[in-house]
Design a protein around this ligand. Structure first.
Ligand code: NAP
Length: 487
């Protein structure tokens, strides 16, 4: 069987080394073992990828939506056929448990299937004309070459959420994956190639020189759109750079999700939602519950039950069948968790469970529960990106909503209540792009994923996701008045 990827760049349908021959190492975060040495692309390689995507654009754009959909359906089927090998690769490069990796691949593939279907429904419109001799129509056309820059925490899904709508719409793409996790995206490129997606339509440039490649993609006038998922800090830089060529932009940025538990909540449901929302991917998810707000009447029972359930979570390498929590991605990540926790404890937070690195290895952190957190603490204001549940006690609904909204971020929020009136009131008052009511997980390809405020703009998935890759064109068809030969 041919391998799922070569440790190279994938440009114009071919595997190639970086022009300057550089490579960088990918190591397994669970044990530090070496996984691969990958081509470290530079400016010349980025240029080659842009040229390939530009050359492939006219042919790809000219195909019918049905034709593109057929190729995307094949790509989807090949991903599902190879799910075990892809899951193993994903777990090795970023550490999440195998079952979660397989879940991510199914979720990631679902976007390809969804947008294969949506591409065929990219309707225009007719608009009543103010002139008797003219008619107005709008059409939707692909924006052109798209640059995508993705993070390491979902090495498959963050790629397909962009590539599927872009390719379905008739755009071509240059992808720069995260330095820590390029292998899954290279495997996706191989499977796209096997599915028959033409050379140059989907190019991948792995690199350890993000700014060098990123600047090239952003400065190119041939690249008409930047689609980015990552931190708000990086997003801000990319947006500023993209301004010079006035690119379209979709920004899926950082979050600081509140998870509110009201007194009238179903306790067991709230705890299960909290476990799923907080500890999935070891807490390294942009929609992870980052701050728990628990009303005084249910607070002690919620904390006690959350501790009981958290204690059951098995920490270990993602390849072990019973692992619930794998390693964090790298030293920087674990040091950040330690720093946020340390500063908050110094300010009066209480560690109720865990609180230190786990004996499994240097990148493993104990599932942790912290109480007596206040809005002045770093655990509250910063994205933790680790398995630490920080809990604040509140009294009133108005107080909870005000605390939840007091952040520059606005990606996901969650709350638990049995009161229908409160569900609507709080759901409408929360300044977040996505709100889970009595649910701790809300991602699906059929619903619009995206944020408000400094969590970015644009939506991935749903019927709205395709429009991120389409420009509206208005055509005025005039001169329709009779010329005198009408009976
Ligand atoms: P990051 O540091 O912003 O990196 C994201 C991507 O940007 C990586 O590919 C990175 O490359 C690249 N990058 C960094 N600096 C760059 C530059 N100057 N020019 C071009 N590219 C550059 O974020 P991260 O730490 O990997 O990911 C975690 C963040 O992503 C969190 O804030 C999380 O909330 C957010 N996130 C958001 C969503 C969402 O949908 N809203 C989903 C997942 C994650 P390197 O890897 O080589 O540095």
């Amino acid at each position: 069987m041919t391998p799922l990827y070569e440790p190279q760049a994938f440009i114009d349908g071919r595997w190639i080394d970086a022009a300057d021959g550089r490579r960088f190492a990918i190591n397994d975060p669970a044990d530090g073992s070496h996984v691969a040495d990958v081509a470290d692309c530079g400016a010349d390689d980025a240029d080659a990828a842009i040229a390939a995507a530009s050359a492939a654009l006219p042919g790809w754009r000219a195909r019918t939506a049905a034709d593109r959909a057929q190729l995307l359906h094949r790509w989807h089927a090949l991903i599902i056929d190879n799910i075990d090998a892809l899951a193993e690769l994903l777990t090795r490069e970023m550490g999440k448990p195998l079952a979660e990796a397989a879940g991510e691949i199914r979720y990631g593939a679902s976007f390809i299937q969804w947008f294969a279907e949506e591409a065929r429904r990219s309707y225009g419109e007719t608009i009543p004309s103010p002139w008797p001799s003219a008619r107005i129509v709008t059409t939707r056309q692909p924006v052109g070459v798209v640059a995508a820059i993705t993070p390491w925490n979902f090495p498959v899904a963050m790629v397909t959420r962009k590539a599927a709508p872009a390719l379905a719409a008739g755009c071509t793409m240059v992808l720069k994956p995260a330095e820590d996790t390029p292998l899954s995206s290279l495997a996706l490129a191989e499977l796209a190639h096997r599915a028959g997606i033409p050379a140059g339509v989907f190019n991948v440039v792995p690199t350890a020189r993000a700014a060098l490649v990123g600047d090239r993609l952003l400065d190119s006038a041939d690249v008409r759109k930047i689609s980015f998922t990552g931190s708000t800090e990086t997003g801000r830089k990319l947006l500023a750079r993209a301004a010079a060529t006035v690119k379209r932009a979709s920004m899926e940025l950082g979050g600081n999700a509140p998870f509110i538990v009201f007194d009238d909540a179903d306790l067991e449901a709230a705890v299960e939602g909290a476990i799923a929302s907080k500890y999935r991917n070891a807490g390294q998810t942009c929609v992870c519950a980052n701050r728990f707000l628990v009303q005084h009447g249910i607070h002690d029972r919620f904390v006690a039950r959350l501790i009981e359930r958290t204690r059951e979570l098995k920490v270990g390498p993602g390849t072990a069948p019973d692992t619930a929590i794998g390693p964090l991605i790298n030293q920087r990540a674990i040091e950040k968790v330690e720093a946020l926790l340390g500063a908050s404890v110094d300010a009066g937070a209480q560690i109720a469970l865990g609180g230190a690195r786990h004996v499994r290895g240097e990148l493993f952190f104990e599932p942790t529960v912290v109480t007596d957190v206040t809005a002045a603490m770093p655990l509250w204001s910063d994205e933790i990106f680790g398995p630490v549940a920080s809990i604040l006690r509140f009294d009133t609904e108005a107080e909870a909503v005000a605390l939840a909204n007091a952040t520059p971020f606005g990606l996901a929020a969650y709350f638990y209540t049995a009161d229908l009136g409160r569900a609507w009131r709080v759901g409408e008052a929360l300044e977040f792009g996505m709100v889970g009511i009595n649910e701790g997980m809300l991602s699906t390809e059929v619903a619009p994923f995206g944020g408000l405020k400094q969590s970015g703009y644009g939506r991935e998935g749903s019927s709205h996701g395709l429009n991120e890759y389409l420009d509206i064109k208005y055509m005025l068809m005039g001169g329709l008045a009779p010329k005198g030969d009408v009976a």
